[in-house]
Structures are given as structure tokens and as C-alpha cells.
Design a protein around this ligand. Structure first.
Ligand code: NOJ
Length: 579
């Protein structure tokens, strides 16, 4: 790990980087089969470079039956033919490197596909050398003598985490779909196999990994029943027994050692963990586990107690307070944040975190970019976020949704003969948070199928592609795209203050305004973002009323700082004080 200390903050190349996330099936189709592919990505590297990012993270494109769109890997050392070939990946690595960018692959090692050779062998016989690569348990016998799952844990995609295998009379464990059996990390052979896969890709020239569901790899070995948190369900959230299990840090240190040898980038997905003390063990600078993690307290703000599709009201004040909590915590504890509002697992930020006001869509997208993009941390942009792409229209029926998370949830409601009210609530939540929204085809231009493909794509193109697409935005200085470019540019130009500088929330009495200060030595930047769709009065704290430079504004005519400001709907800006 290359580092040096700077005003108490460790320097590292990955802290200065901006990451662009690509969902291969939905980015660009090169061969006219309606599905995005790696040659498609290769044809768009100049576009990606022009945004000003440093790293590209691609979601899984390994061999897979794609029950969960590639997060069910059947061969970690091969590319799925739907996406291309190894030669295409080599071209991607070379193409990115030639342009001064890096490639981060998605590493899905909590589970495999049930079509992986290891699982096929494991399920074929109890004596298979691969049986212990997975987690098997005998049934629990109920009072009435029935065979039941070993415990009551709920899987991420509805139903039990246990699937019964008739042949052996045992259950196997799967936190996600039943076609995604969890690997048994307690088995040292499994760990060696996984480390070998990691080395394989690093040796190929990949620059690091996004580690899928990585905090789930160590489970409480007694697999106790989870407490009842949702009395209406047979299965309960067992995250407390697997989200930060007893051997997690031991395993992450082993991974960290390999990554360090290659100076590789790492970001781990860490859902269901909200205890900062657990998180800092993973991302503390001197811990050598992972560089940073995605924790979801901010983006889960609209998720109720019964899970992703249960509703929850929230306020911008809560939003800014959560952001503040993690900013302050990481800077006080030598950790590092991964900053994001979007990914492939949820709705679009302009359709979730601001009100639906089409006339303000562009300023609102820029406001969200300002809010997240100038905080302390490594910034992640999900494909299309740089254009302000939105969710599918509310008029689209359930038949146009494709994702198993959405459909399993819906089917479960139908199976439970849920009331019309419950179905309507679920539909309302799908419209905000379903994974399908982020997976709609990328909107390149206003030609048929948005320039994504020459044929009807695997999932419908959003209705708004003629007005919202890359071709319209790249040369428009006032576009969301060029606004994001400015943010990334500012982060590079004012690295001291915007990458390494201190974060401090500016006290605001207005509940819809989020204002924060970044400072480094005598340099101070003020960042303001209004989450209101109407005008709000905001009193500028006296210490900012100094001469300075207007660096960024989401309205063409950014008004200069003055003691009493009237912020326009979703107005956002950054002001650099010259001290
Ligand atoms: C998290 C990924 O982001 C999601 O898309 C996937 O379904 C699960 N992990 C299971 O791999």
C-alpha cells in the first residue's frame, strides 16, 4: 500500500479516484442480440474517459446461468458467452489502461451458482470431495414429526435460506436464491480456491475488486433461530448471525494480504451492518482488510422495518445527518467512505431522493451530484446517473419488471393472498426501489432502442430516451453530464481540500438545506444543497461571508453569496473562500 501522511490523513491513490459502475447487460449491445456485452463496453471507453473517471467497475460477466444476472457464477475463470470472450476482457483491460483508467471486477465469493462444478459434485453424493465446500444441515424435526429447515432465517430473495435436497435428506444454505448456494468459508480448501481465483484475475492485469456480499462469508456456526422481527412472516432476518460473523476479519485479512501484494483496489459490499465499530475494523487504514465498503444507512433511508419493499417516510434532515455521521466517523477513525447514491440494486436517485417534478429533474440531479460528490470519500457513479436517468414510468405494469427480487416478492404476496392494499403498497415501493429501474438499457441517443441495441432489448427502454440521452448531453455545457464532469474535475484540481480535507456539517436551521464545509489548511470550500422543490430562505453563517470564488452552481446564473439567500428549487453550489 503506497501512502504518506498529509495533515493527519493518509494519502492513497484509491482515495483520489472516481469510479464508474457498468452493468454489462444494460450498457451497450454490440452484436444485436438485445443484451449488452463487453465489446459494447469497449466501444464506449472514450465516452467513459470523457466523464473524468479513473476506475471502471463492471458487474459480473463470468460464466453463469444468470438466475441473478451473473451474481450466480458457474465458472470464475471464464467469461459468459453472452458477454463475450476472455480476449474481449483483455481488450477492455488494455483499452482502459491505455487511457489511464483501471478495471475493477465484481468478485462474488459468498456463494456460487448451483451450476458450478463444485456444487454439482457436492450435490451428487455425500462423499464428494466438494460436499464440504457448501453448508449442509440435517432437517429439524417438528413436534408433529415433519422435516423443517434447520432455522428460521429469511433469504434475501424471499423464503427460507435452506433448500431441501431429497437425495441426501439434508438442507443446503443459500442467503440469496436457491440457485446461489453459499460457500463454506470454514473449509480452508474453499478459501484457497477463492484466493486462487483472486490471484488469477490480478495476474491478468485487473486492478482490484468490488466484493459482493463480502460481510456474509462467516456465519455463526450454531445457526440459531433469529428473533421474530416480522410476526407476519414464517422467516426472520438472521443478519445478526451472518452479517459480521465470528471469523469475518480473519478471512478479510487473508484477502487483504493478497490485495496488498498487488496494490489492488477493494470495495466491499457490507449490508445489514450499522455498527461503526464493526465497519472500521474492515476499513481502518492500518487494518489491511479492504480499502472501503458500501454501507447502506444513507441509501436505505426509505426502507421500512419489514425490508426493502416496506415503506418508510424520511426527511432531508435525516438524510444529511446520516451522511454527516459517516463523514465524521471515518475522519476521526482513519477510515474511508465509498460515496454513492445509485447502483444496480435500486431505483434511480432522481426518482427516490427528490420529488417527481419533471421541470426540475436536471437541477435536482445536479443537486444530488453536488451533495454526494463533494463529500470525503471515493465517489462512485452508476451508469446513467451522470445523465440524470430516472425510473421507469409509473404506468408500467408488473409484467415489465424482470428482476427476481421484485418478482419473488410479488409472487410471495400473491401466494399469501395479500389484500389489494398490500399489493398496491408493494407496487408503489417497486416504483421507487426495484432493481429493474437501474437495469433499463443505457440511453445513448434518440435512435430506436436508444442506440443501445438494434433490436428490442432484454428489458424495455425507458419512455423518455428521446429527451434524456448521452448524445444530447455530452456537448451541452449545462447538462447533468457536464455538471458531473465539473465535480470530478474540481476533486482533482482541489485535491487537498476536496479529497483529503476535513468535512464539517454547517449548522442550518432549514430542514431542507444540507450545507457542509470542506477545509484543508487555509483553504475552505462551502457546499450547499437544497432538497426543497420550492424556494427556501437560508441565512449564510457569518464566517463564510468572505471574498471567494464561485466554483459550481446548478443554475446557470448562480447568485453570489450574500447574508440572506433565497435558494431556488433544488439549488446547489460550491463556493471556495480565499483566505
Ligand atoms: C449483491 C449484489 O449487488 C446483488 O445484485 C446480488 O443479487 C446479490 N449481492 C447476490 O450476489
Amino acid at each position: 500500500m503506497t501512502d504518506s501522511s498529509h495533515e493527519g490523513v493518509h494519502h492513497a491513490w484509491w482515495k483520489e479516484a472516481a469510479v464508474y459502475q457498468i452493468y454489462p447487460a444494460s450498457f451497450k449491445d454490440s452484436n444485436g442480440d438485445g443484451i449488452g456485452d463487453i465489446p459494447g463496453i469497449n466501444s464506449k471507453l472514450d465516452y467513459i474517459k470523457s466523464l473524468g473517471v479513473d476506475i471502471v467497475w463492471i458487474c459480473p460477466c463470468y460464466k453463469s446461468p444468470k438466475v441473478d444476472m451473473g451474481y450466480d457464477v458457474s465458472d470464475y475463470k471464464d467469461i459468459d458467452e453472452q458477454y463475450g470472450t476472455m480476449a474481449d476482457i483483455d481488450k477492455l483491460i488494455d483499452g482502459l489502461h491505455a487511457r489511464g483508467m483501471k478495471l475493477v471486477m465484481d468478485m462474488v465469493i459468498n456463494h456460487t451458482s448451483d451450476q458450478h462444478e463444485w456444487f454439482k459434485s457436492a450435490v451428487s453424493s455425500k462423499d464428494s470431495p466438494y460436499r464440504d465446500y457448501y453448508i449442509w444441515k440435517k432437517p429439524k424435526i417438528s413436534e408433529t414429526g415433519e422435516k423443517c429447515p434447520p432455522n428460521n432465517w429469511l433469504s434475501a430473495f424471499s423464503g427460507s435460506v435452506w433448500e431441501y435436497d431429497e437425495k441426501s435428506g439434508e438442507y443446503y444454505f443459500h442467503l440469496f436464491a436457491k440457485e446461489q448456494p453459499d460457500l463454506n468459508w470454514e473449509n480452508p480448501k474453499v478459501r484457497q480456491e477463492v484466493y486462487d481465483i483472486i490471484r488469477f484475475w490480478l495476474n491478468k492485469g485487473v486492478d482490484g475488486f468490488r466484493m459482493d456480499a463480502i460481510n456474509f462469508i462467516s456465519k455463526e456456526q450454531s445457526y440459531p433461530d433469529a428473533p421474530i422481527s416480522d410476526p407476519s412472516s414464517k422467516y426472520q432476518n438472521g443478519a445478526m448471525y451472518y452479517a459480521s460473523g465470528p471469523r469475518l476479519h480473519e478471512y478479510l485479512s487473508e484477502i487483504g494480504q493478497i490485495l496488498n501484494q498487488y496494490n489492488a483496489f477493494s470495495v466491499g459490499e457490507m449490508a445489514h451492518v450499522f455498527d461503526p465499530n464493526e465497519i472500521i475494523k474492515v476499513v481502518g487504514f492500518t487494518r489491511n482488510e479492504l480499502n472501503m465498503i458500501f454501507q447502506f444507512e444513507l441509501t436505505d433511508i426509505d426502507m421500512g422495518p419489514a425490508g426493502k419493499f416496506s415503506p418508510k417516510a424520511w426527511t432531508p434532515t435525516q438524510f444529511r445527518n446520516i451522511a454527516n455521521k459517516w463523514q465524521v466517523f471515518m475522519q476521526e477513525n482513519d477510515g474511508w467512505n465509498a460515496l454513492f447514491l445509485e447502483n444496480h440494486d435500486s431505483g434511480r436517485s432522481v426518482s427516490r431522493f427528490v420529488k417527481h417534478r419533471p421541470e426540475f429533474r436536471s437541477v435536482a440531479a445536479k443537486m444530488l451530484a453536488t451533495f454526494i460528490g463533494l463529500q470525503s470519500g471515493t465517489i462512485f457513479i452508476y451508469q446513467g446517473e451522470e445523465l440524470g436517468l430516472a425510473n421507469m414510468p409509473k404506468s408500467w405494469q408488473i409484467s415489465r419488471y424482470k428482476d427476481l427480487e421484485t418478482l419473488n416478492y410479488y409472487r410471495q404476496l400473491l401466494h399469501d393472498v395479500a389484500s389489494q392494499d398490500a399489493l398496491d403498497i408493494a407496487m408503489g415501493e417497486f416504483q421507487k426501489k426495484a432493481r429493474d429501474h437501474a437495469r433499463l438499457p443505457f440511453q445513448w441517443d434518440s435512435s430506436p432502442f436508444a442506440g443501445f441495441s438494434t433490436v428490442q432489448p432484454w428489458i424495455d427502454v425507458n419512455d423518455d430516451y428521446r429527451e434524456w440521452n448521452a448524445a444530447l448531453q455530452v456537448n451541452d455545457p449545462l447538462s447533468v453530464f457536464n455538471y458531473w464532469r465539473s465535480i470530478l474535475d474540481l476533486r482533482q484540481t482541489y485535491k487537498d481540500v476536496l479529497v483529503y480535507g476535513k468535512f464539517e456539517l454547517v449548522a442550518t436551521t432549514h430542514e431542507d438545506v444540507c450545507a457542509y464545509e470542506r477545509s484543508f489548511g487555509s483553504q475552505v470550500a462551502l457546499v450547499v444543497a437544497s432538497f426543497s422543490d420550492s424556494t427556501v430562505n437560508w441565512t449564510v453563517p457569518l464566517n463564510f461571508l468572505k471574498p471567494g470564488k464561485w466554483m459550481l452552481s446548478n443554475y446557470a446564473d448562480g447568485s453570489p453569496l450574500q447574508p440572506e439567500m433565497v435558494l431556488r428549487p433544488y439549488e446547489a453550489f460550491m463556493y471556495l473562500l480565499s483566505n
